[in-house]
Design a protein around this ligand. Structure first.
Ligand SMILES: Cc1ncc(COP(=O)(O)O)c(C=O)c1O
Length: 384
């Protein structure tokens, strides 16, 4: 049977590869981005309550109205933005699905999409599956800021969209107002659609504030803003997220969504709606700030170089130039096998596998997990 090749990504994702290697070598898994601590028991109770109360059938295509309302209220409270729950919010089975659906609703064969790299690894195959072409623009290592001239230069008459991600996986960079304003200047007078991947929106550190595209009145009109409950409430396995976009874009999004999965897990929607409607929500930011600080402190006992403390997301990148000059993918395999700690090579986030000799740790883990990992890593010596 000859089947078409829909995209150029080869084999399984790096996250699956490294998690499998971690299992094989019984290594501590700081590779894939998921927490190893439990969800708030209240969320579990609400899920059980949903099933018992009979929330077990298909929900409306755009999502349970009570969840869409709760999302709109939450954004009003936290970002002071008005979101229309009926026409602008669509509940999805996770953010990855929302990104794919947003691309599918706007892309046609021959279109180009600008991707700032390093980038979350689903973007490229999602774009290519839709017959469009990825136009990569590298962020500037090791601070990973945007070179705006390069973005301008990448725009052609075929550019249909640009996808951005803040707080950023894998680098922990966070956009400021100037970034958003510069992007607005560049996109004004074009029809380019913006996909704003904000799955780590509640996870920022020190004095950083996450600025959502929804707070940028001009850019918001051309944007899909994409969020993940899994990343924020430590339940990545629920695969729950949502997309906020102006009515015209939301209706294009829903025209694909209704034939892709039609409706999303109803009990989980009920549970999240009730959870979000509590008067006080847990201090996610404070919890992750402690973890980042704890992890950075532990790293001081290792020969890794922290070029930039993570400003947001639950990832910390480090250089290993004092330990080895191996290519990063080889280095992460060696680290897993020989030192029992799994990480992710940053080259996996580049179209051309650019190797800056930087690797990524996920610190969304229990303190004891982080301690055990760094105890193993402290056996490393600076040799180069
Ligand atoms: C930048 C980014 N976007 C999207 C996702 C996927 O989120 P979800 O699990 O809700 O599909 C991830 C998960 O790692 C991510 O890092």
């Amino acid at each position: 049977m000859k089947l078409p090749q829909k995209h150029t990504a080869k084999g399984t994702t790096i996250f699956t590869v490294m998690s499998a290697l971690a299992n094989e070598y019984n290594a501590i898994n700081l590779s894939q981005g998921f927490p190893d601590f439990p969800v708030d028991p209240m969320l579990g109770d609400l899920l059980a309550e949903a099933v018992q109360k009979g929330f077990n059938q298909y929900s409306p295509m755009a999502g349970l109205p009570m969840l869409r309302e709760a999302i709109a209220n939450d954004f009003k409270k936290r970002y002071n933005v008005s979101v229309n729950a009926d026409t602008e919010v669509t509940v999805t089975p996770g953010a990855t699905y929302a990104i794919y659906t947003a691309f599918t609703s706007i892309l046609q064969a021959g279109d180009e999409v600008i991707v700032l790299e390093p980038a979350y690894d689903s973007y490229k195959p999602n774009i290519e599956t839709n017959g469009a072409k990825v136009v990569p623009v590298s962020l500037v290592a090791p601070t990973y800021h945007v070179d705006w001239q390069k973005v301008k230069d990448a725009i052609t008459d075929k550019t249909k969209a640009i996808i951005i991600n803040t707080p950023h996986n894998p680098t922990g960079a966070v956009w400021n107002q100037q970034d958003w304003d510069t992007l607005a200047d560049i996109l004004r007078d074009t029809d380019i659609v913006l996909l704003s991947d904000e799955v780590y929106e509640q996870i920022v550190f020190d004095d950083e504030q996450h600025i959502s595209v929804l707070q940028h009145e001009e850019l918001r009109q051309r944007s899909f803003a994409i969020f993940s409950f899994g990343k924020v409430y430590h339940n990545t396995g629920w695969k729950m997220g949502f997309c906020i976009a102006p009515p015209e874009l939301s209706s294009a999004f829903r025209s694909i969504h209704q034939f892709l999965c039609f409706s999303v897990n109803t009990p989980a929607q009920y549970a999240l709606a009730q959870y979000l409607s509590q008067p006080v929500l847990p201090d996610i930011r404070g919890m992750f700030q402690k973890k980042r600080d704890f992890f950075l402190d532990l790293l001081k006992d290792t020969p890794f170089t922290v070029h930039n403390p993570s400003k947001g997301s639950y990832f910390q990148t480090v250089g290993y130039e004092k330990i080895s000059d191996m290519p990063d993918s080889e280095f992460t395999q060696w680290l897993t096998k020989e030192y029992g700690v799994a990480t992710i090579p940053i080259s996996a986030f580049y179209n051309n596998h650019q190797d800056d000799k930087i690797i990524r740790f996920c610190f969304a883990k229990k303190e004891e997990t982080l301690e055990q990992a760094v105890a193993k890593l402290s056996a490393l010596t600076a040799t180069v």
